[in-house]
Design a protein around this ligand. Structure first.
Ligand code: ZN
Length: 228
């Protein structure tokens, strides 16, 4: 019996599945879009929209537009994206919004001496809260300065060091749970950097009489607590 047609059918079927997934693997900027057109199976039918839960989704409308039949591909793509993006989606970061934070600020303006900025917070309008930057965990923190709002990307180690009541001393105390696996080691590294500083300060204060200005100089050059 010639089974070529069965073989060809299976190949076509698999190709179709793969192609649909590849079309929808990433959300796209949903502007100037056709009404009732599924961008997955490329046919006209009633569609739904899933906007990516990130800064790009909220402000640049990065979304999936799909029909009921293609929903499964979008769910798969959303799941893939969630586990592989270089930022954490907003709904996983909600817990960060309920606190105020301090951090060591080194301004790009050389006339401003480094200092500890207080009363900082997370504002979704200023960017994704948590990003992977230069293989470090970067936090987008905001604060008020006179009438303006400023924001800055700072290493998580900086936040941990100056906000122990919130972040504690090890990964188990990190206030966000169930993040994709790739963040575990990155966050643990930030705790290590922060804790090394704590150890050093304990030794300096107990065993030496180094002036504060000298400690500040060490702080600038050792351990990347505030720099990437
Ligand atoms: Zn479709």
């Amino acid at each position: 019996m010639n089974c070529d047609w069965i073989k060809q059918d299976i190949i076509n079927y698999c190709n179709e599945i793969i192609n649909k997934y590849l079309y929808m693997k990433f959300p796209f900027r949903a502007v100037m879009i056709k009404t009732n057109f599924c961008y997955c199976c490329k046919t006209y039918s009633q569609t739904m929209q899933l906007r990516e839960d990130s800064f790009s989704g909220l402000y640049n409308n990065y979304s999936w537009i799909y029909c009921k039949k293609c929903k499964i591909y979008v769910e798969l793509a959303d799941n893939f994206l969630y586990n592989n993006t270089n930022y954490v989606q907003y709904d996983k970061c909600k817990n960060l919004e309920k606190n105020h934070y301090n951090f060591f600020r080194v301004s790009s303006n050389l006339l401003v001496k480094p200092y500890i900025q207080k009363e900082c917070y997370f504002n979704f309008r200023n960017g994704d809260y948590i990003k992977d930057l230069y293989n470090r965990v970067s936090m987008t923190i905001s604060w008020k300065s006179y009438k303006d709002e400023l924001c800055k990307n700072i290493p998580l180690a900086n936040l941990i060091f100056f906000n122990r009541k919130i972040f504690g001393y090890n990964y188990n105390n990190f206030p966000l749970k169930d993040l994709p696996k790739k963040w575990t080691n990155l966050i643990k590294t930030e705790y290590n950097l922060s804790n090394e500083w704590r150890c050093l300060l304990i030794i300096i204060y107990k065993k030496t009489n180094l002036p504060k200005d000298v400690i500040k100089i060490i702080f600038k050059f050792w351990n990347s607590l505030y720099k990437y």
